[in-house]
Write a protein that binds this ligand. Structure first.
Ligand code: API
Length: 303
């Protein structure tokens, strides 16, 4: 039985190039997020609907302005979200949580710097960029590898769907990026889920499908860990550009065309910067326990 005091959460619905979020102020509200509550908020029929939930909290790190937590639609808490970071800084300013710009946000692996004065919308220094199996908790044992430019790629058999030749990139969160001839015909729906949940990825992975248009332009689709294919993936754009530069196929800066809009990524081998849009759609309130209870009545009859 629920006690009488309903737990009402204020939220703002936002998106960055169509990658959409429910953003919650955990500074002025007592937000105790759980996987069940995240799934309920993200549900596009029983809840508000989103690819990810973003939670703004007071920082632990002395040099950070805020702590930035990210939950996928499946309820999993993850390390980073690039499109979300741009919405985060827009949210903090619009909600009057701080007027500071640039802002320093604490994520699970350290600090990122966000600047909302960028002419493209919002720019973010994306933190660490690492490469190879260790960067994405991948078991490469026994797999065929090859060297393309400065990148080592791994050939992953996909059980009846051919092989995927993968660059492995960590942008705090894990990415497996492959080059395809045409993103419009890339087997995202068929092979994205196989790669995302492949047992060789101990923590699952975001699966990127990148088409090289020219040395400064790509088109990109990403089947995201814990969310499925999204209209854009910020960390996925960063991972694809870094992989393309290491493979000798791209030069910084790179314009990344996604379903939902254009992101710009610059990488000098050290600092990775991304810029792009961040939009506020609407705000609202939810009775979070009622929402979570309703979702428990959802039954998947097609599996
Ligand atoms: N699905 C990602 C988190 C969201 C990343 C994406 N929405 C972005 O803009 O970077 C993961 O599980 O690592």
């Amino acid at each position: 039985m629920r006690d009488n005091a309903a737990m009402i959460w204020n939220f703002v619905k936002m998106h960055g190039a169509g990658n959409d979020f429910v953003v919650l102020d955990g500074v002025r509200q007592d937000i105790q997020m759980t996987p069940e509550r995240a799934r309920a908020l993200a549900d596009r029929h029983f809840g508000v609907g989103a690819d990810q939930l973003l939670l703004v909290e007071a920082p632990h790190h002395p040099d950070a302005d805020f702590r930035y937590r990210i939950f996928n639609a499946d309820g999993s808490e993850v390390e980073h979200c690039g499109n979300g970071a741009r919405c985060f800084v827009r949210f903090v300013h619009e909600q009057g949580l701080s007027r500071r710009n640039p802002l320093r946000a604490e994520i699970s692996t350290g600090l990122i710097t966000l600047d909302s004065t960028d002419p493209d919308g919002v720019s973010a220094e994306m933190g660490q960029t690492r490469f190879g199996p260790q960067a994405v908790a991948f078991d490469s044992n026994g797999l065929q590898t090859a060297q393309i430019g400065n990148d080592t790629v791994y050939t992953l058999p996909l059980a009846g769907h051919g092989d995927a030749v993968l660059s492995l990139v960590g942008i705090s969160n894990p990415h497996a990026v492959q080059v395809v001839d045409d993103v419009r015909t890339a087997p995202v729906a068929a092979t994205g889920p196989i790669i995302e949940s492949h047992p060789r990825f101990a923590n699952r992975v975001n699966a990127g499908f990148m088409q090289i248009v020219d040395r400064h332009n790509i088109a990109l689709r990403v089947y995201e860990r814990g969310a499925g294919e999204t209209l854009a993936c910020g960390t996925g754009a960063c991972a694809a550009v870094a992989a393309g530069i290491r493979r000798g196929l791209l030069e910084s800066p790179v314009r990344v065309q996604t379903h939902g809009g254009v992101l710009t990524v610059a990488w000098d081998g050290e600092v990775l910067r991304m810029s792009g849009p961040a939009a506020t759609v609407f705000s609202g309130q939810v009775d979070i326990d009622a929402l979570t209870e309703q979702l428990s009545s959802k039954v998947a009859l097609n599996r």
